[in-house]
Design a protein around this ligand. Structure first.
Ligand code: DQA
Length: 141
């Protein structure tokens, strides 16, 4: 099982940005958590982060034929990006959407997710654990 975890803009600022919302652990800690979860699942994982929409689209396209599942936290692009939605649809790789915070309990604009339309499941508001839940779902198929 080969998984790809994709993180969108500002997630590299974990541990610095809005700690009351996103917690005190930094992006390296998130990557270590994802890596450890993959080992427990006996899966391979690649982790990618970018602040640029087109780079996220390129990353999804490059996964075509190489990856069995995608876990994506598109961050702010969740609420705006038809391009990321279309890329996920184009590659038809089983995907799950993850958010550290509960986006449905925040501002109204965060309740809209384009990416969700191409995802099997959404895990929102579980912190780092949401990534593990998504990875377990994809590995259980
Ligand atoms: C987020 C929620 C988004 O609304 C926000 O723009 C982010 C992070 C989350 O993980 O909770 O950057 O995706």
């Amino acid at each position: 099982m080969k998984l790809l975890v994709i993180n969108g803009p500002n997630l590299n600022m974990l541990g610095i940005r809005e700690k009351e919302l996103y917690g005190a652990k930094d992006y390296a800690a998130l990557c270590a958590f994802i890596q450890q979860t993959a080992e427990e699942l006996q899966a391979e994982v690649d982790i990618y982060q970018s602040n640029h929409e087109g780079d996220l689209v390129d990353c999804i396209q490059n996964a075509y034929g190489k990856v069995d599942g995608i876990v994506i936290n598109p961050a702010a692009y969740t609420h705006t990006s038809v391009a990321i939605l279309d890329a996920l649809k184009a590659v038809s790789i089983p995907a799950c959407e993850v958010h550290l915070t509960d986006v449905n309990a925040r501002e109204d604009f965060r309740k809209i997710s384009y990416v969700r339309l191409a995802c099997e499941k959404t895990f929102s508001g579980y912190g780092f654990e949401g990534y593990a839940m998504a990875m377990r779902h994809l590995c259980s198929k």
